[in-house]
Design a protein around this ligand. Structure first.
Ligand code: FAD
Length: 407
């Protein structure tokens, strides 16, 4: 990852005429205005979509320098952008009057405040406090955004808001410790694999690995000795492997090759070897059982079975596990919060007696995606992101209406 800044330093003076950039007209306009108004702008997008080209063109036109900053584990985009951690919501009587920052009376004065700070799956202490059932796990990793630590929940609680279903936490089976975290609490989610097998501490398969979500995948993992397993896959899969939940390793747009190399070098929970026995020896698994599990899986594929007889896994399109292999040890990882602050249909925050806290709104995961808890205890892909977006829109419209009404 990399970030570029337009710097007012060393101005050689503007050039005449606009440096041509194909498309991005709206972005050019916004950036030019922001620069003239001395405001900050974050331009996000997949690699190769013209962000740097646009910045260099604008810099050239304005005679400004561009400073290029290369990100790393310590300087992720989230750290670059920074944290804004209001100490409390300010009230006057029963009405919201802004947010306070620090203890020096500083802050923002406004008539409506929308809290949209996400969940708290990244705060292991808070997860264990809210979901006592997870305390018995030998190891539970924190996933989701590193900033999903419940800052908004704290703010809302101090303002007298009511919460519901905070123990409804979606735990995934495919987390592995993030080598960037010296405490060993943060997890990386493993995505992008096909044809992998999961082995328990006895070297045996135990589940249809195609069902790797928070419902049956996690239940199967938690039924294994030590509530852990080893995901084994062919090295041919390395290119498609994605590590999520730490921007340093990449985003869904693609992985970072150097960061990936660091993962394999530094993780104590990831191994690569010439074959099943060597891999088992490196990972501390019984070699004979691992060899037998791999052979059985391969034999089913070679026999042309649609489904394997042991777990019912759909084998169509899968390749046998041949050649050099890799393994990553999995632990349960908290990743999404299904419960949150209670709101009405306008996303207005409610207090314990069901009364609206005037001027205070909440949207997205901090509000259990919308309203407090619309997913219950389970979810499908899309039943979280969609309502987060929608409730954000509803909250924005309602908050704007408050300001208009008060004028
Ligand atoms: C790995 C992963 C995969 C997912 N996949 C799916 C999926 O396939 N389908 C689906 O429907 N849902 C999915 N979800 C869930 C869905 O993406 C989230 O529920 C949704 O994006 C939450 O949106 P939000 O705006 O409420 O919170 P977020 O997207 O978490 O945004 C909150 C923002 O607030 C910022 N923030 C928090 N505290 C502070 C602070 N103190 N100062 C400044 N900024 C702060 C955070 O940095 C963040 O940018 C996934 C979630 C994760 C983590």
């Amino acid at each position: 990852m990399a970030a570029e800044f337009l710097s007012p330093a060393s101005r050689p003076g503007p050039v005449t005429g606009e440096t041509p950039v194909i498309g991005l007209g709206r972005e050019r306009e916004v950036l030019t205005v922001a620069l003239q108004a001395a405001r900050h702008v974050v331009l996000e997008g997949p690699p190769g979509t013209g962000k740097s080209t646009l910045l260099r063109a604008i810099a050239r036109d304005l005679g400004q320098a561009v400073v290029f900053v290369e990100g790393n584990a310590e300087l992720t985009p989230a750290r670059l952008i920074g944290q804004y951690d209001p100490a409390q919501v300010l009230t006057e009587g029963s009405a919201i009057r802004g947010v306070a920052i620090g203890g020096d009376g500083g802050g923002l004065r406004c008539r409506s405040v929308i809290i949209c700070s996400g969940g708290f799956a990244g705060n292991r202490d808070m997860v264990l406090e809210q979901a006592p059932r997870l305390r018995s796990l030998p190891r539970l990793l924190s996933g989701g955004s590193p900033h999903a630590v419940g800052a908004g929940h704290r703010l809302l609680a101090a303002a007298g808001a009511a919460f519901t279903c905070l123990d409804h936490i979606w735990v995934y089976p495919n987390g592995t410790p993030d080598p960037c975290d010296p405490r060993g609490e943060r997890g990386l989610g493993i995505r992008g694999l096909a044809g992998e097998i999961w082995l328990n501490a006895d070297g045996r398969r135990f589940h249809d690995e195609g069902l790797n979500g928070g419902r049956s995948g996690t239940a199967a993992l938690l039924a294994q000795p030590g509530q852990t397993c080893w995901c084994v896959f062919g090295e041919t899969q390395l290119e498609s492997l994605l590590l999520i939940d730490n921007e340093y390793f990449g985003t869904p747009a693609g992985p970072h090759p150097e960061a990936m190399a660091r993962f394999w070098a530094e993780s104590r929970y990831a191994w690569r070897a010439e074959g099943p026995e060597q891999l088992a020896a490196a990972a501390g698994l019984p070699p004979d059982a691992v060899r037998a599990s791999v052979d059985e899986f391969n034999a089913a594929i070679r026999a042309g079975l649609d489904r394997d007889l042991q777990t019912g896994r759909d084998l169509r399109g899968l390749a046998p596990l041949e050649g050099p292999l890799a393994a990553i040890q999995y632990f349960p990882m908290a990743q999404k919060n299904f419960g949150g602050v209670r709101t009405d249909l306008d996303c207005r925050v409610l207090d314990e007696s069901g009364e609206v806290i005037s001027g205070l709104f909440a949207a997205g995961e901090v509000a259990g995606m919308a309203g407090g808890c619309i997913n219950g205890r389970s979810a499908l892909e899309g039943t979280m992101f969609g309502p987060c977006l929608y409730s954000g829109r509803v909250a924005g419209i309602a908050a704007a209406a408050v300001v208009g009404a008060l004028r």
